[in-house]
Design a protein around this ligand. Structure first.
Ligand SMILES: *Cc1c(COP(=O)(O)O)cnc(C)c1O
Length: 432
């Protein structure tokens, strides 16, 4: 695979190097040197293919120098993409693609599991030691802990999360995993966690085998391209020329995956980058200018992000041409009140329960929908991860999936630290 840095197109990387060293030395992000269309036969036979088949074909197309051999790639795709992906019809022009049926009930399971399996594949070839260090505001940590806890490999993982700022389900998903996963509960905010991680990567005393599994890792991003082809092919509408995909967006990795799918030839009319009031992305789409904003806490807290890291990739894919970006993407903004109203309305109208992130995407679609549009809403999390908000919105008690109920009887393991880098480092060095 030929990858380049977004900041300097002369800095090249293989796929393997890019997943273990996700940040190029010039401070850019790894991205594809070129994105060629998939061939017509593939695009015309999508509906006959399973998600693992689709994923295998697209990866092979992008991986033109065969970094992963065919049989192993097939196996990895089958192991990773066996997550159910139902598409629910709400009405004739409104569908919900449920991407939350993985182990931690969030779409991040797709990317994290693919990354874990790929890293495991490369490590088994080389027996090199690796330590993943990641900060999370909630969903990433669970997905990463589960994905790397399941590969039986010798990859160690450390996850930092802000104390009392994640939901109970999220905390249990993260802290009840196998021994190779260590969770640090930091007395502070997500920004403190991220700052500690950033300093650790620059700290020569500990950074020699550190790698990251956060959403800028191209190994996660690439898995978020494949499912758009599956969703498009399996949405039961006759005329597929007016498909609008609405994506709840934070670090905008998921929508970057969708835009790459479009470049690969998928016939999507428009993508909606649906934001909560932390709407740096939709403001950029509307004005071409990236505002400087402070993060505000919202109900859809996985999108409480002021500086969406993958925006740089989108700009690069479109040669920094804002008019061209605007042809493919619409940005919308939905506040907490509109979020709650949407959860309530969708429940009353269809008897269907959604989480706050999905509500932001539905509201975004409703804001811009024109007559012939067929909306496919990307549902990124199961409502039980945000139970309090959802129960209040629909004024009903909800039951938890058995998988989550079982989780609460498990033993949790976490290490507490204040938000000072040196304090954390002391603990880290004796723990690992
Ligand atoms: C991470 C996350 C998002 C945002 O995805 P990005 O790729 O960062 O834009 C949306 N919804 C949920 C539930 C998430 O966990």
């Amino acid at each position: 695979m030929k990858l380049i840095s977004t900041k300097n197109n002369n800095i090249l990387s293989s796929f393997k190097n890019a997943i273990f060293y996700p940040m190029p030395s010039d401070g850019g992000l790894w991205t594809f040197k070129e994105i060629k269309k998939m061939d017509d036969t593939f695009l015309k036979t999508l509906h006959k293919m399973s998600l693992p088949d689709i994923s295998y074909n697209i990866f092979k197309h992008l991986d033109n120098n065969n970094e992963i051999c065919d049989n192993d790639l097939k196996k990895i795709c089958e192991q990773t993409f066996n997550i159910p992906l139902p598409i629910k019809k709400l009405e004739n022009n409104l569908y919900v693609a449920e991407l939350f049926h993985g182990n931690t009930l969030a779409f991040k399971d797709f990317g994290a599991t693919f990354l874990a399996n790929i890293m495991n594949y490369f490590i088994n070839q080389n027996t090199q030691d690796i330590h993943i260090l990641t900060a999370t505001s909630g969903d990433t940590g669970g997905a990463v802990a589960d994905a790397f806890g399941n590969i039986n490999g010798n990859i160690k993982v450390s996850i930092l999360y802000p104390k009392n700022k994640i939901s109970k389900v999220q905390e249990y998903q993260m802290t009840t995993q196998s021994k190779n996963i260590t969770c640090y509960e930091i007395d502070g905010t997500f920004d403190h966690c991220q700052d500690i991680v950033k300093r650790a990567f620059m700290d020569n005393e500990i950074n020699n085998n550190l790698s990251s599994a956060n959403s800028i890792n191209i190994g996660r991003l690439i898995a978020q391209i494949f499912y758009y082809f599956y969703i498009y092919a399996n949405t039961p509408v006759q005329n597929k020329d007016n498909i609008v995909i609405s994506i709840p967006s934070g670090n905008v990795g998921n929508i970057t995956g969708c835009l790459i799918a479009k470049k690969l030839g998928l016939n999507i009319k428009t993508c909606i980058g649906a934001c909560n009031i932390n709407n740096t992305f939709s403001q950029y789409i509307n004005s071409g200018i990236t505002p400087v904003k402070k993060v505000i806490e919202t109900y859809s807290n996985a999108m409480d992000i002021s500086n969406p890291s993958n925006l740089e990739r989108i700009k690069h894919i479109y040669n920094n041409n804002i008019e061209q970006i605007q042809q493919d993407v619409i940005g919308t903004t939905t506040n907490d009140e509109q979020t709650v109203n949407t959860i309530k309305n969708i429940y009353e109208k269809y008897g269907y329960v959604i989480d706050p992130h999905t509500a932001v995407a539905i509201d975004g679609f409703k804001q811009i929908q024109s007559n012939n549009d067929v909306g496919i809403i990307i549902s990124t999390a199961h409502y039980c991860k945000f139970l309090n908000i959802v129960e209040k919105a629909i004024n009903q008690k909800l039951s938890l999936p058995t998988r989550v109920d079982n989780l609460f009887s498990k033993q949790t393991n976490k290490i507490s630290s204040n938000n000072d880098y040196n304090e954390w480092k002391k603990i880290f060095m004796v723990t690992v």
